[in-house]
Design a protein around this ligand. Structure first.
Ligand SMILES: Nc1ncnc2c1ncn2[C@@H]1O[C@H](COP(=O)(O)OP(=O)(O)OP(=O)(O)O)[C@@H](O)[C@H]1O
Length: 330
């Protein structure tokens, strides 16, 4: 369980079970979305011919889930004995990871030709550590299959990539997230309004873990999950509020835009990076001329870069709004 998942478990009084675990699909067929990937994974299982895999893509899209489902389908109820889950960024270092891989690959096999090692966050390894991992993969490839999971596949060295079948998980579609949210709500007997579902899908931005955690957290707040409770719990602003802030700036009313920004940061609890993300996602949906949208995106790019480099978030966002307001006067 990740830290974020554990947090949700703790902050969910009376409901000890974490829904992302309770509703983690057990079979490949139950995984939502990824229609281009799932049949190919199923084929490996059917043909009993699993190569090393590299699963790249954003958080909460099903990389771990798909890997566990492959193991369940290959080993049935023995899957836990034949599937080792490790985190590559284990703070104790790559040597500990390698020792665990070696012990697992050397211990006795319950009648299977190979076991699976799932290595999460493989992109957190330095290239030297990846070279060491590559040698370990070669050493045990006769009886071990590796599944490497990473957010950025470009961070994985070529000699590892070339030994793996590479799959790129994308952000999940709105319909995939909606389907899972509705399924869980029905199972848990939770009343979710249509605008509540839309808000969960919006706040999740393609991340199923976020959607499910949002649903569980909002469900604790009351009998009905609606737009209001979702936006309150997920530190997400309503798209209209973000749009309003940009429009106020573009209309030259810097004071109003600044005050809307203040509301987003203080009342809604958004971080500067969240505001940038939301602006970026919605930029083309605002009622702005193409020229104004292009200028907004240009400024967003700059601010995003500066914030990533450690600049003061609020100052950068205010400067962006000021620049948009000044353009109106020019
Ligand atoms: N495609 C999906 N269909 C149904 N549920 C999903 C899907 N993807 C994720 N989930 C849900 O979200 C939870 C987290 O997903 P998972 O651990 O597979 O993400 P991940 O891609 O491995 O993320 P990370 O990169 O953070 O490790 C799962 O327990 C499951 O409940």
């Amino acid at each position: 369980m990740s830290e974020a998942d554990a947090e949700t478990a703790e902050s969910t009084p009376g409901r000890t079970e974490v829904w992302i675990e309770k509703y983690r699909p057990e079979t490949l067929d139950d995984i939502k979305g990824h229609e281009d990937i799932i049949p190919r994974l199923s084929q490996y299982v059917e043909q009993d011919d699993l190569p090393h895999l590299m699963l790249g893509g954003p958080a909460g899209t099903g990389k771990t889930t798909a890997s566990q489902a492959v193991a369940r389908e290959i080993y049935g109820s023995d899957w836990r004995d034949n599937f080792l889950e490790l985190n590559a960024s284990d703070q104790r270092g790559i040597d500990v990871v390698r020792d665990r891989i070696k012990n697992f690959a050397r211990s006795s096999f319950g009648g299977y030709d190979y076991r699976i090692i799932f290595l999460d966050e493989a992109d957190a390894l330095t290239s030297d550590a990846q070279s060491a991992l590559r040698r370990t993969m070669e050493q045990f490839s006769h009886n071990t299959r590796f599944i490497l999971s990473c957010n950025y596949s470009s961070q994985i060295i070529d000699p590892i990539q070339s030994r793996c079948a590479v799959f790129r998980f994308t952000e999940l579609s709105e319909s995939a997230i909606e389907a899972q949210v509705r399924e869980i709500a029905e199972n848990e007997d939770i009343d979710v309004t249509d605008d509540g579902v839309d808000a969960l899908v919006y706040a999740a931005a393609g991340d199923m873990r976020k959607a499910i955690n949002g649903l569980q957290a909002a469900a604790v707040m009351g009998d009905t999950v609606d737009e209001e409770s979702v936006f309150a719990i997920t530190a997400t602003a309503r798209p209209e509020e973000v749009e309003q802030m940009v429009e106020q700036a573009i209309d030259g009313d810097f004071t109003a835009a600044r005050s809307t920004l203040e509301t987003l940061l203080m009342d809604r609890g958004l971080a500067g990076g969240d505001v940038i993300d939301q602006l970026h996602r919605s930029a083309w949906e605002f009622d702005l001329s193409e020229d104004a949208t292009v200028r907004l995106l240009e400024r967003l790019g700059e601010v995003d870069y500066r914030i990533t480099e450690g600049a003061n978030e609020r100052l950068q966002l205010e400067a962006m709004l000021a620049a948009l307001a000044l353009e109106n006067e020019a």
